[in-house]
Write a protein that binds this ligand. Structure first.
Ligand SMILES: C[S@@+](CC[C@H](N)C(=O)[O-])C[C@H]1O[C@@H](n2cnc3c(N)ncnc32)[C@H](O)[C@@H]1O
Length: 433
């Protein structure tokens, strides 16, 4: 989570940088082949001595992937095959876009060491060395040539940039810049068990600096593993971005209400709903593996709910016919609002995904509406910055659904660079029957 890959990499006690580079390059290679960064990191957690460094290196490379690929194409007479290709692209992103973090000669020599450790790598050392040292000689010109392409400069695919400019003409640059910064480590304080001030004081006495955000959030000055956050194991706090922390407040579930959390895993919002009110909560997710994470979260928080693996849109699978007074539909979406936390998303999504996901959201809205009690409220949420998954989705729903109305105005939150609020992108609408 740190934005300082070199610091964390070089502070690894038992893993030299070259090993972390190999694991991080494997993550980058996986994303370029269509697999998620999380998949790659899951392997790294098992194999790597310093998974935190691998995460930081891979995340940095993915934020600047287009630049690294461009510099490699410019500097190599012939493009190397994988895994060398991803390894060199990764190292070029570090040399070009994080020069202050490394002694460049140490980095090049660690990179060459990494190449030597690849299968058949000994004979590729000279080539890798030549590409990287060639870049260092030509650095200023090579970077300025690359930066003429907005995809390299801004680190997103062309279609993504075009979309952001078209949909957020005033704020597009801030959104894109925010996507290229790692998000802060934000936690939600469990106000059922403690107060924000009390937890912040406890952290301060353990040397952890924090500042408040939103109604019940604290941002840690320095990210760290949750195992090192006092109170986490006791359920006093949960990792959750401030934008996501708003869902439970908007839902406003009251004690004793019958409530549905329709797309719940990994359960960030589930825990918050229950921290706020002892309600009768039914929790659904279509993915049993992810639903297990909800269970773990609730155990840690000492809370309970009825968990079911089911497709929320197929009412016959799970609904007993008793209506809900509150429904949270945190729908599957492009995740275009959380790109700063998941830098692979921009490369994995395709333009056609947005219409497909909007179709899923539409179907979920239509089906779940039947389960809402008259007078009840459904909070529709997506961690997206695209209108098709937000405002347009809700406008179309209101048009085709007699008896549905809005409470308040829908909220489109954007991640914005330089914004003191510092939250992810999210869309919320509160619908009433
Ligand atoms: C945006 S995530 C939910 C995040 C969660 N609410 C939280 O705060 O931690 C969307 C979830 O919806 C689930 N999902 C996707 N389609 C679904 C469906 N038709 N029915 C139920 N769950 C679904 C996915 O498995 C995923 O866990």
């Amino acid at each position: 989570m740190s934005d300082r890959p070199a610091e964390r990499a070089s502070s690894a006690r038992d893993e030299p940088l070259w090993r972390s580079l190999i694991h991080a390059a494997a993550c980058v290679q996986g994303v370029r082949a269509g697999r998620t960064l999380d998949d790659g990191l899951a392997k790294a957690r098992v194999q790597a001595g310093n998974p935190g460094a691998v995460h930081d290196l891979a995340a940095h490379a993915l934020r600047h992937l287009a630049l690294g690929e461009h510099l490699l194409a410019q500097g190599a007479a012939r493009l190397p095959a994988e895994p060398l290709n991803s390894l060199l692209a990764l190292v070029l992103t570090l040399l070009a876009a994080a020069p202050e973090k490394y002694s460049e000669h140490a980095l090049v020599s660690q990179a060459v060491e990494a190449v030597a450790a690849l299968p058949g790598g000994i004979r590729l050392k000279g080539f890798a060395n030549a590409v990287l040292r060639g870049f260092l000689r030509e650095r200023t010109n090579a970077i300025s040539r690359a930066m003429r392409d907005p995809v390299c400069e801004l680190g997103h695919p062309r279609w993504w940039l075009d979309r952001t400019i078209a949909q957020h003409p005033q704020q597009w640059r801030q959104v894109i810049e925010a996507n290229n910064q790692p998000g802060p480590m934000t936690l939600r304080v469990n106000l059922r068990l403690t107060s924000r001030d009390a937890l912040a004081e406890r952290w301060a006495s353990a040397g952890l600096e924090s500042r408040p955000i939103g109604a019940s959030g604290l941002i840690l000055a320095r990210a760290r593993p949750v195992s090192g956050v006092p109170g986490f194991d006791e359920g006093l706090c949960s990792v959750q971005d401030e934008a996501a922390q708003r869902a439970a407040y908007l839902l406003d579930a009251q004690p004793g209400m019958r409530v549905l959390d329709a797309c719940a895993a990994p359960g960030g919002k589930t825990g918050h709903i229950l921290e706020r009110a002892d309600c009768d909560l039914i929790v659904l997710d279509s993915d049993p593996g992810r639903l297990a994470l909800v269970r773990q979260n609730l155990v840690r928080l000492g809370l309970s709910a009825e968990l079911k693996t089911a497709d929320a849109a197929k009412l016959a699978q799970w609904w007993d016919g008793r209506p809900f007074q509150r429904i949270l539909l945190d729908a599957p979406c492009s995740a275009s609002g959380i790109v700063r936390r998941q830098p692979d998303i921009r490369w994995l999504r395709r333009p056609a995904d947005i219409a497909r996901l909007a179709g899923e959201q539409r179907n979920l809205l239509n089906q779940l509406w039947a389960t809402l009690a008259p007078g009840g409220r459904l909070v529709y949420a997506t961690c997206s910055v695209w209108k098709e998954e937000g405002r347009e989705q809700i406008d179309a729903f209101l048009q085709r659904t007699p008896g549905a109305s809005l409470i308040g105005e829908p909220l489109q939150l954007l991640p914005l660079s330089g914004d003191a609020d510092n939250h992810d992108g999210f869309f919320y609408a509160i619908l009433q029957k």
